[in-house]
Design a protein around this ligand. Sequence first.
Ligand code: SF4
Ligand code: SF4
Length: 459
Amino acid sequence: MNEIITVLPGDPRVRKLLGPGRGAGASLRWSVFLIRQPTEDGLLLYNALTLELLHVPAALLPALESPRGELRERLRRDWYLVPEGLDQHATVHELRELLRIVDPPKSWIRKYTVFTTTACNARCAYCFERGWEPRTMSPETADRAADYMLAHSGRHPFRIDWFGGEPLVNRGAMDRICDRLRAGGARFESAMTTNGYLFAPETARADRERWNLIRCQITLDGTEPRYNEIKNYVCPGGSAYRRVIANVHALAAAGVEVMLRLNFDLSNAEDIRALARELGREFGDEPLVAAYAVMLYEDRNDPAGGRSGEERARLHALRDEFFCILEAGGLRRPSRLPQALEWHMCMADSGDMITILPEGQIGLCEQYARDGFIGRIDRPGLDETVMEEYRTLHPEIPACADCPLFPGCLPLLKCPNQICYSERRYAQIAHTRRAMLTEWENYLNPEKLDQAAVWRRPL
Ligand code: SF4
Ligand code: SF4
């Protein structure tokens, strides 16, 4: 292979809206939005603006040092080389505006995060809802929630994310909502964030069918003794850990994808290492079960308050180690590169996703379950002022100036998860590099792609 290969063509909308790169005949420099990853026989070059991925063979690497002629022209045309004075951030802002115009929010709601309750059968010390007064959705509110969905999504496909507390504490609300939706002819599927304890192997298939359940995220905080101690379930009977493991097997057998989330910090690293190995033995042959490791308190902007730079670096190194263990155990889904550049960050600024709280309030972010509402399911209209607050971007920080992640990074001022610090940034870039290698492997071995596609893309 002696020529540059286009591994991924990038986002066609971006290419069309941007047009060819600027500055023919001008003095050029490398775009700051590039990420490079060496391979065995060359270099992967990823453009985080256009989402194009190239492979440059080793023979052409010297020419890349100081590109000339046809190579220089190609790199300029495709936004790898940009004019010296170009304000690249301004280009991204303009592009986002255009993307929003050509691909606006849907005219219907495409995702509802439903809090069936804020109560939970577990009592994890780290839970951000700890100490909240439990609120549970009544049957009447469940009916109104279903009617709201029917009115605001009609016959369009949509998704429900069951959230809590522990959503299964109020499975009656889930049954009621889904039965009413089905009677109304709705096209929906659902996913759930749960501790998994309140499933039962004998009813997993019926649950999947009644709720159109395609995916569950289940948190495991440790090996059996530690898990049972941390979860401290309200109604223990035997080993809670063994019960959840049996439920994961049953859900996967029923066709539900299960993503296991391993919460860790410096205090439980050894136990999580053992758990990651154990889960590989337990679920390594199960294609519908995967796992990932998450640093505790990384969301809610807390790490800077309590952790030194050295501690953060150790945590990121641990996360990489856990990912390797999970990968070796057959539990990592391969990282993939995005196929489309988004003009919005998440549900909070999407314009077509909402939360529904147990008492019928409407919100925009699952982390805001007690305030920050924009309306109610039993009243017309939404509060545009609060919606605008959610859409407001966090001001750029000095590190944004030459950060390759900028085109895909839209931290919201109101987001409790928007903190940016160097270790986290490097981890995100490392994640992108892994994804670049995955895409290259898929290009070389297309049959691998089918395996990676076992998991469904949600609605
Ligand atoms: S907020 Fe952080 S990750 Fe995002 S563009 Fe700025 S430096 Fe990069
Ligand atoms: S604002 Fe932050 S926490 Fe809320 S939905 Fe968006 S990314 Fe998640």
